[in-house]
Design a protein around this ligand. Structure first.
Ligand SMILES: C[S@@+](CC[C@H](N)C(=O)[O-])C[C@H]1O[C@@H](n2cnc3c(N)ncnc32)[C@H](O)[C@@H]1O
Length: 234
């Protein structure tokens, strides 16, 4: 019998934002794979932890959270070998992915490697973008607005060009780039219509105006939302 593999979006962090379909797949899986730091617990696994018992094989895919620390590609190659062995043995594998798998998800690296040999399904998850908008009580886009999603590590010139061409924006992967990005937004006169959303959907969720933020205290799971009209629905 042949195994199966499904990437499951587990949402932004609130366990109640896991979809019913995602939960069903997780319960049916023989093997649960998930990204994890080199040491310590996996955020993606923690989101679904209350639904887990010890009947599944767990496969943490451990990697440094700073991508440049060592060849992460080798980590994915090894994970594919391990997952492939489970599939050959006829097991069902669910790969957990924080948020949605196809929105900057680490699952993409497994998908790229496995889909040549196996049919890989994806169960979408609630993305952090919509969770951040809900936390901020502010629309991402309305009417004919153009919403741009941009990674904060992009160079200032790139960000500036993209910001000038949109009505609203979500800047992801802010973390250690916060100080530089805030300076850019202030220079472009966009500081007042931007807010930092930290840990949307988690108990320590915060929505902050940029000027009150200590750059040393911005965690990786932070996103800047801005809308040039302010409240998009007015
Ligand atoms: C590698 S991307 C993964 C995105 C994820 N696949 C999704 O669909 O939301 C990680 C970035 O998403 C944003 N993010 C993810 N979860 C978040 C949360 N709960 N609150 C705020 N931002 C979050 C942050 O900008 C973070 O740096």
């Amino acid at each position: 019998m042949s195994g199966w593999i499904i990437g499951v979006g587990v949402g932004p962090g609130d366990p109640e934002l896991l979809t019913l379909k995602g939960l069903r797949i997780i319960r049916q899986a023989d093997v649960l794979a998930f990204p994890a730091p080199l040491e310590g617990p996996s955020f993606a696994r923690s989101i679904v932890a209350s639904h887990l018992d010890d009947t599944r094989i767990e496969l943490p895919i451990r990697m440094p959270m700073q991508a440049d620390r060592f060849p992460v590609q080798a980590v994915y190659d090894r994970a594919v070998t391990e997952i492939g062995a489970h599939l050959e043995a006829g097991r069902g594998v669910a790969v957990l992915c924080q948020g949605d798998p196809f929105l900057y998800g680490s699952f993409l690296y497994l998908f790229a490697r496995l889909s040549a040999d196996w049919p890989v399904e994806v169960v979408p998850g609630v993305s952090s973008l919509t969770a951040c908008a809900a936390a901020a009580g502010s629309a991402l886009a309305a009417r004919n607005d153009v919403l741009s999603v941009m990674p904060a590590p992009l160079a200032d010139g790139d960000l500036e060009a993209r910001l000038s061409a949109c009505d609203s924006a979500a800047l992801v992967k802010v973390g250690r780039h916060f100080s530089r990005v805030r300076s850019l937004l202030l220079r472009l006169g966009l500081g007042d219509c931007a807010r930092l959303v930290v840990h949307a959907g988690l108990p320590d969720e915060r929505v902050l105006p940029l000027d009150g933020v200590d750059p040393g205290e911005v965690p990786y799971f932070s996103t800047i939302l801005l809308h040039k009209r302010g409240r998009a629905w007015l």
